[in-house]
Design a protein around this ligand. Structure first.
Ligand SMILES: Cc1ncc(COP(=O)(O)O)c(C=O)c1O
Length: 450
């Protein structure tokens, strides 16, 4: 059996209709360097989804590799249940230094869903420990995605992805999400009040019953890169403070350089009760996540064992030393890129090329949006902006399959093209990315006519 047959006969891939997958050409990634990946046949692809929005400094980065191998030569894994290791201590301190001042405590886990589950459990238990047993409701935003575990599905709003599991969800209320468009840093079509008014109405009525409000700041990635007006986060945070409801900021996607800064909460000068980090935390190298919280919340869990105030939650690979090693090195490199404005220069170049791209494909796409190193368009039949492609045509997916022929690897969301390259992408690579994407769209459209 060759490796392709091994995959076809035995693997089951995440978020993948396997019938479709098994009918289409498959690739196996063998190695990477910078923004590029090579398959086992030696074909090269630009990693235009940053390996699902994680990659920061590129693949096979010598300094990141060294950080891992240095630690590997000491110990690959040791538990954090009751003991620790130097890199977890250093990374806890570093992450709390990067956070707004009130967040002084860091709880590690191993993926974004878990980072969110932990924040939810901490919030829930905090109110119980404070004797506020009625504070059990959760508020979230429409179209939110916080992960695929039952807790995160319950507080998210992912329509077709999750609705099958609804009977097992705990109830949570959804607030309309704020909306805007943005190109080259200019916000337009700002819709803020509907969301803020709904949030205030709900909080003023039910704050005695609400434990927390959870939101993805600035960009709702899995909703299709839907942008919030930048002022929303601060205003929502002020409402949560006013009504004494915890604010959980899910920075799993937007943290660690994706929008040009390390943490959005720090940049926007808010003081949330929890921040969740994963994905870019380890530059896309190793699964590691962190939930940051305040001393006020942490100290509420202190007491004699017999009081059962302990947070009974943990994962086997929590705070893995290799993950901590690469996270510390990545943050050091990223701080330098932000300080020297190198990252900002790349984002400006990305914005400029995206403007040209969206004009080139405006006959078959709408709702072009870009913030930081994130961009998206929604594809539609040529010159028929009000129409959609039939669902089973899988047009977005066809464009991405065509793109592989032009050395581009990316993953669509339905007929939305999401462009999320590694932050290390060079100016020439940005130009290549967009010209190959135009080519792929045009070729797929011309194949439709045949
Ligand atoms: C905002 C946000 N939160 C949570 C998650 C879940 O992270 P993970 O896939 O690591 O569980 C994601 C994943 O895309 C995300 O975008």
């Amino acid at each position: 059996m060759n490796i392709d047959e091994m995959d076809a006969n035995h693997s089951w891939h995440p978020f993948t209709q396997m019938q479709e997958y098994l009918e289409k050409p498959r690739i196996q990634i063998d190695r990477g360097l910078g923004s590029w990946l090579w398959d086992t046949n030696g074909k090269k692809y630009m990693d235009a989804s940053a390996s699902i929005w994680t990659n920061v400094h590129g693949h096979n980065h010598p300094e990141l590799n060294k950080a891992i191998t240095d630690q590997l030569n000491k110990v690959a894994h040791s538990t954090m249940l009751g003991v620790t290791h130097p890199l977890a201590s250093k990374l806890s301190q570093k992450l709390t230094q990067l956070s707004p001042p009130a967040l002084t405590r860091c709880f590690f886990s191993d993926n974004g869903s878990n980072a969110v589950e932990i924040a939810l459990k901490m919030s829930f238990q905090y109110w119980q420990l404070k004797g506020k047993n009625e504070k059990v409701e959760v508020l979230g935003l429409e179209d939110a995605y916080h992960g695929d575990t039952f807790g995160t599905m319950s507080v998210g709003d992912c329509g077709d992805f999750h609705k099958r599991f609804q009977p097992w969800f705990f109830s949570s209320n959804k607030i309309p999400r704020p909306t805007c468009d943005e190109l080259s840093g200019v916000e337009t079509n700002i819709q803020l009040d509907l969301s803020l008014n709904a949030l205030e109405t709900k909080l003023s009525k039910d704050h005695e019953k609400i434990a927390c409000f959870i939101m993805e700041p600035s960009v709702q990635g899995s909703a299709g890169m839907q942008l919030h007006p930048k002022s929303y986060l601060k205003k929502a945070s002020q409402l949560c403070k006013k009504y004494k409801v915890h604010l959980i900021v899910d920075e799993v996607f937007v943290g660690f350089g994706r929008l040009g800064s390390l943490l959005i909460s720090t940049k926007e000068e808010i003081q949330p009760d929890f921040i969740c980090c994963a994905k870019g935390l380890t530059a896309g190298y190793i699964p590691l996540a962190a939930t940051l919280t305040t001393e006020k919340i942490f100290s509420t869990f202190l007491g004699k064992f017999s009081e059962f105030k302990t947070l009974f939650h943990g994962h086997t690979f929590t705070g893995n030393p290799l993950g901590c090693a690469v996270a510390l090195k990545s943050i050091e490199l990223l701080e330098n890129k932000i300080h020297t404005t190198e990252l900002n220069g790349s984002i400006q170049c990305f914005a400029k090329h995206f403007m040209k791209f969206k004009d080139q494909v405006s006959f078959c796409s709408k709702h072009a949006r870009q913030r930081g190193m994130v961009a998206a368009v929604d594809l539609h039949p040529p010159f028929k902006a009000e129409e959609k492609f039939p669902l089973d045509l899988r047009f977005g997916s066809q464009v991405c399959l065509e793109a592989r022929k032009h050395n581009l690897l990316l993953r669509p969301l339905g007929d939305s093209l999401l462009i999320v390259p590694p932050l290390c992408i060079t100016k020439d690579e940005i130009s290549e990315l967009f010209s190959n994407l135009v080519l792929s769209i045009n070729k797929t459209l011309s194949q439709l006519k045949q």
